[in-house]
Design a protein around this ligand. Structure first.
Ligand code: ZN
Length: 249
């Protein structure tokens, strides 16, 4: 293995560790983001629930007003009843009062239904608030886990980034650029080892993407210490100890 490809493989080891840290942090970030989306959903449900509750309260208030106005009217009719001069007048007032009573009973039955419905909304609200509290607890824990993780990996990350800077200073800029591009594309895995899947056949693959690598490329890797990218995945191809490695397993 030539000096350039050897250095790139050592850089790869550093890059993979950094990628591992990034990935690990990414999981934690995703979890916090997922919980934030969930709590947003709960907030929206709470809002819709509150709107429905308010609408029911308005309806209930209107019904109570109707009952009150019928009661007032009943009081007036009762007074009129005492002053009725004829049987016919008396009977007419009595009939009006009975109708009022029946109407009031109907309205009160509707009011009961509305109140029951409101209780359901209140129960839902309680459940949603409990869910929101639980989620906000979880979010606080997730955020704290990210802070703790950052502290925990701080020294390693600093050291690895410093190591990467040293590589960047010493490697040819074109090789470093190719490496960085491939690393970004493949979560830190910038290098693709050339493997020979079948011992008796001259067939070679890029271990990164399992696509074919031509014999010509393998030969030139053995003779020239140059960056050669896999035509399929863009990883920088390399040989292990100068030979294509056997597929394990
Ligand atoms: Zn490949």
């Amino acid at each position: 293995m030539g000096e350039l490809l050897g250095e790139l493989r050592r850089l790869q080891a550093v890059e993979l560790q950094l990628a591992g840290i990034r990935r690990n942090r990414g999981f934690k970030e995703n979890r916090a983001a997922r919980q934030r989306r969930q709590i947003q959903g709960v907030e929206q449900k709470l809002e819709a629930n509150a709107v429905s509750s308010r609408e029911l309260q308005i309806r209930l208030d209107a019904l109570a007003l109707e009952v009150a106005s019928r009661e007032e009217s009943t009081v007036r009719h009762r007074q009129a009843l005492n002053k009725a001069k004829t049987n016919k007048e008396y009977a007419g007032i009595l009939e009006a009062m009975n109708t009022e009573k029946a109407d009031t009973a109907k309205i009160e039955a509707v009011m009961l239904d509305v109140m029951k419905e409101m209780e359901t909304f209140k129960a839902t609200e309680d459940e949603l608030i409990a869910e929101r509290d639980k989620l906000s607890d979880q979010i606080a824990k997730s955020d704290a886990a990210i802070v703790a993780f950052d502290e925990q990996v701080h020294d390693d990350r600093e050291r690895l980034e410093a190591e990467r800077r040293v590589f960047a200073e010493n490697l040819p800029p074109s090789a470093m650029a190719a490496f960085t591009r491939a690393a970004q594309r493949h979560d830190g895995e910038a290098m693709g080892a050339v493997v020979k899947p079948r011992p008796r056949e001259d067939e070679y693959w890029c271990a990164g993407c399992n696509m074919k690598v031509t014999l010509e490329v393998v030969n030139s890797l053995q003779t020239r210490d140059e960056v050669q990218m896999c035509g399929s995945c863009g990883r920088i191809l390399c040989l292990e100890n100068g030979i294509p490695s056997r597929l394990s397993g």
